[in-house]
Design a protein around this ligand. Structure first.
Ligand code: GLP
Length: 241
């Protein structure tokens, strides 16, 4: 595990964008694993700016997002389909056939998870997997107690995660109870994992991930077993190391 500590959020985001851009420059048809959440918003803004400046091209890459809420169709404003379409795929006019997310509205979400895992393998596996971290140490939606050997599957979201993500939903909306998420085994198979964490509220989870025991209580600690994991932090997220 290589840990990069940058002075502030802006510098950490820029370092993360650099890693993605380097991968795409070396391998324009790379397979990227993408993440959502507030932490990633400036990352996609940075990538979009670089693509518009002609410094990097995303037209040839294939992507697989980590997760999607069960029950939300792609057009739902809070779906991760919408998140990606608004921030990256739409503005760049990327081919929807190359940008994959699990279908939250699949009639059989369990079968959809199996299909998604198979599609990742069929695409040749993930070259660079982008990750955020939940305050409880989750990666993707692999909540504490997730098997470290888990494939892509349906997970029940914890109360803490639903409360944390309620900020993206309206006052009259409820946060879905389930999500389809890449599993920890799926994430560990990526050839390079890049986790970005910024801000003080992530400091305890970051310390548990990097310095705590390898444990299903902190799913991100599984990255200790990844052959090539780069952890990009700002000073606040690194405060408990
Ligand atoms: C979400 C996502 C994760 C994300 C994490 C942190 O629930 N499923 O992929 O990394 O929680 O989100 P944020 O960056 O908004 O703190």
């Amino acid at each position: 595990m290589k840990i990069l500590i940058l002075p502030d959020r802006e510098a950490a985001v820029a370092a993360c964008v650099d890693l993605i851009a380097q991968t795409l420059t070396a391998t324009p048809d790379a397979v990227l694993g993408l993440a959502t959440g507030g932490t990633m918003e400036p990352v996609y803004a940075g990538l979009l700016a670089r693509a518009r400046a002609g410094e990097v091209t995303l037209n040839r890459m294939t992507s697989f997002n980590l997760d999607e809420y069960v029950g939300l169709p792609p057009g739902h404003p809070q779906s991760y389909h919408t998140y990606m379409r608004e921030r990256l795929f739409g503005p760049l006019g990327l081919d929807p056939a190359r940008t994959h997310l699990p279908r939250g509205d699949a009639s059989d979400p369990i079968a959809e998870a199996v299909r998604y895992d198979t599609a990742i393998v069929a695409a040749g596996g993930i070259d660079l997997q982008l990750l955020g971290i939940g305050g409880n140490g989750h990666i993707g939606f692999n909540e504490p107690s997730s098997s470290l050997a888990s494939p892509t599957r349906v997970k029940t979201l914890t109360r803490a995660t639903r409360a944390a993500n309620a900020r993206f939903f309206g006052p009259d909306e409820t946060v879905p109870q389930f999500a389809i998420t890449m599993g920890i085994a799926t994430i560990l198979r990526s050839r390079h994992a890049v986790l970005l964490a910024t801000g003080g509220p992530k400091a305890a989870a970051v310390a548990a991930m990097a310095e705590g025991p390898l444990s299903a209580r902190c799913p991100a600690s599984a990255l200790q077993m990844h052959p090539k994991a780069t952890i990009v932090l700002d000073a606040e997220a690194a405060a408990d190391l």
